[in-house]
Design a protein around this ligand. Structure first.
Ligand code: ZN
Length: 148
């Protein structure tokens, strides 16, 4: 196949082949013979690649799934240590929360305990969100990384 998918994103909203505008996202295709990169809509991508629209869509799904897996493998090792530490501290806070003194007392206790680690974790997630603008990162109750 002469054209391979190099990216799918919102960086452009125009199809370079047919001129269609207001596309929600574009498919970046590389011409393997010339190295030229072009951004097109899904139906033009299917034409260039000699595929049915359905097969093109499947390829795009596969590409996005692989891409998300790659992003997860990059982000998880950065996020995991702090997230684990946070869970440990949260558990400790729950274990030591005063019994029978009302919900507010317990909640404040847990908040005091976890405040510093929560701040640290939130700062890291914000930093990662700038570095990886196409994904949403959640850390609680478990780490969850998915597309916007
Ligand atoms: Zn087009």
């Amino acid at each position: 196949m002469r054209y391979i998918i190099k990216g799918i994103n919102e960086d452009e909203s125009v199809c370079e082949l047919c001129g269609k505008i207001n596309l929600k996202r574009v498919v970046w295709l590389e011409d393997v013979e010339t190295g030229h990169l072009t951004h097109v809509g899904t139906s033009c991508a299917s034409k260039l690649r000699g595929l049915t629209v359905k097969d093109q869509k499947n390829d795009e799904k596969g590409f996005l799934a692989d891409e998300l897996e790659r992003l997860r493998n990059e982000i998880l090792p950065i996020l995991k240590p702090l997230s684990q530490k946070s869970n440990e501290i949260r558990q400790k806070a729950l274990d030591t929360a005063p019994e029978g003194k009302g919900l507010k007392v317990r909640r404040d206790h847990i908040r005091n305990y976890t405040h510093s680690i929560d701040t640290e974790l939130r700062t890291l997630v914000e930093k990662l969100s700038i570095e990886y603008p196409n994904v949403i990162i959640r850390t609680y109750p478990t780490i969850n990384i998915r597309y916007k």
